[in-house]
Design a protein around this ligand. Structure first.
Ligand code: AMP
Length: 281
């Protein structure tokens, strides 16, 4: 596995691989890798000739009072996981942006609600870093997890709108045995926090079961979800159209229930598909 520590090294590697005619797959991450990240690598591995993973904790996507400084890091453990997953190049730059960096990429509308509303600027930080990474890695396919469903839809929109020549491949959300969505931030959770965190997926699955049993009214489904939640601060619990991410009144099309909440000092997110399946194009 090649270790690449600067944008210049990454660009040179990608150019050389492109000249060899190799198809490149890419999984961008912020590190402290877990089985959810590895599942994205495994999804792309058989589809491409060369697999690249990046690890970069992107300051642009953290708000002033968020956890940038205490975001968990484990470069050695991460390298081993990447090597074991058959990664060809690990791009782990100490700094990603050039001096004088002054550009931002913004996707409108899809970023109005959900995490776009509760973390102002966060999704702009994500689209800006992903645009730079996609240009450096020049990959044919990039995999993003459904764990961050709004992020996935926003990146798909950006790639279409800017004609970035990459196929965005969604990766299913991976959970712990108890149902908690895997997240690097789970490391912060005390036993009591974790018990509260588990109510996120319980609420979402209660909504999903009620819909499958015939309840289509969003208002009623949201009340069912609310009743299962036990968190310290609820950022949002919403039921939206899976394509537009706008609130729906009835589940009459592919929908998504999404939740974000704080337990202790840790912010957790989770989501499930509800209703007809979304066709991914
Ligand atoms: P992060 O390191 O949290 O920025 O995540 C990097 C990528 O891994 C993103 O595409 C996430 O959606 C994805 N990811 C994180 N957690 C999970 C999970 N539990 N299941 C599937 N994908 C995940």
């Amino acid at each position: 596995m090649d270790l690449l520590n600067s944008s210049e090294e990454m660009a040179a590697w990608a150019k050389a691989e492109g000249l060899k005619g190799h198809r490149i797959g890419f999984v961008p991450t912020m590190g402290f890798l877990h089985t959810g990240h590895v599942s994205l690598m495994e999804r792309l591995r058989p589809r491409v000739d060369r697999l690249v993973v990046s690890i970069y904790v992107n300051p642009l996507q953290f708000g002033p009072n968020e956890d940038l400084d205490r975001y968990p890091r484990d470069p050695e453990g991460d390298s081993k996981k990447c090597r074991d997953a058959g990664v060809d190049a690990l791009f782990m730059p100490p700094e990603l942006y050039p001096d004088g960096f002054s550009t931002a990429v913004t996707v409108d509308r899809l970023t109005d609600g959900l995490c776009g509303a509760s973390r102002p600027g966060h999704l702009d930080g994500v689209t800006t870093v992903v645009a730079r990474l996609l240009n450096l890695v020049r990959c044919d396919e990039a995999c993003f997890g459904e764990k961050d469903f709004q992020q996935l839809m926003v990146i798909r929109r950006m790639v279409r709108d800017l004609a970035i020549p990459v196929q965005i491949v969604p990766g299913p959300l991976v959970r712990d045995a108890d149902g908690l969505a895997l997240s690097s931030r789970n490391k912060y959770l005390s036993t009591a926090d974790r018990a509260k965190g588990l109510t996120l997926h319980r609420a979402l699955f209660a909504m999903r079961e009620a819909e499958a049993a015939g309840e289509k009214r969003a208002r009623v489904l949201l009340a069912i979800g609310q009743a299962s939640l036990d968190v310290d601060v609820l950022d949002y619990l919403e039921l939206v159209d899976a394509e537009t991410l706008t609130a729906i009144e009835h589940v009459d099309r592919p929908a998504r229930a999404l939740v974000a909440a704080k337990v202790g000092n840790t912010r957790l997110i989770d989501n499930v598909a509800i209703g007809p399946e979304l066709s991914w194009t």
